[in-house]
Ligand binder design. Structure first.
Ligand code: GRF
Length: 190
């Protein structure tokens, strides 16, 4: 059975690119839609290059209407994949897609999660705390930041001399390798 994914992203979209690459030619999984909250997000170029429909949303539509949920339903989306999407998901969308919204966080949750824990902030905090290990967490999305059910974690050793940028680079490699695999497993098990 064909499964349809929508990717939500706000930024450069390197995870989105890896997900697209992974499912290219897969007859069972289709990246059917890319949604962004920024009209200059790099991920929109990616959508154009891959001929995938994309939508840019205003905060007003995202939080105060059910237009997005209706659109996703009309497009028969099975799974929403957040890949660097910075807005908190509203309850209406969570109710419309129960246990069908996935996020990746660049640290080992529950540590280093929450509102301002994104991008380099996460890795700076990991470095400041002199953590010996960090990694990725893939989890279901609930009404708060980074607190949904954890589905997958992978860790790596932080070398003491690493800068926050070097930690970010190592973590991103894990994201690129494992996010598509976890999505695949989830879709094909469903
Ligand atoms: C990744 O580090 C991801 O863990 C986080 O946002 C970042 C997105 O990077 N949720 P990219 O846009 O996929 O390159």
């Amino acid at each position: 059975m064909l499964r349809r994914i929508a990717i939500f992203a706000s930024g450069r979209g390197s995870n989105a690119a890896k997900i697209l690459e992974y499912f290219e030619g897969d007859s069972e999984v289709d990246v059917a839609l890319i949604v962004s909250n920024k009209n200059n997000a790099k991920v929109l170029d990616l959508a154009f290059e891959h001929k995938i429909p994309s939508r840019v949303l205003s905060k007003k539509v995202f939080y105060n209407s059910d237009a997005l949920a209706k659109h996703l339903k009309s497009q028969k989306i099975d799974l929403i994949v957040l890949a660097g999407f910075l807005w908190l998901i509203p309850p209406t969308l969570i109710e419309a897609f129960p246990d069908k919204i996935l996020n990746i966080h660049p640290a080992l949750l529950p540590k280093y999660g929450g509102k301002n824990m994104y991008g380099i902030n996460v890795h700076k905090a990991v470095r400041r705390a002199k953590e010996k290990r960090t990694g990725i967490t893939i989890h279901l999305v609930d009404e708060k930041y980074d607190t949904g059910k954890i589905l997958f974690k992978k860790s790596l050793t932080v070398k003491p001399e690493w800068t926050a940028e070097q930690i970010a680079e190592a973590v991103l490699k894990l994201e690129h390798k494992f996010y598509p695999q976890v999505i695949d497993k989830l879709l094909k098990e469903a």
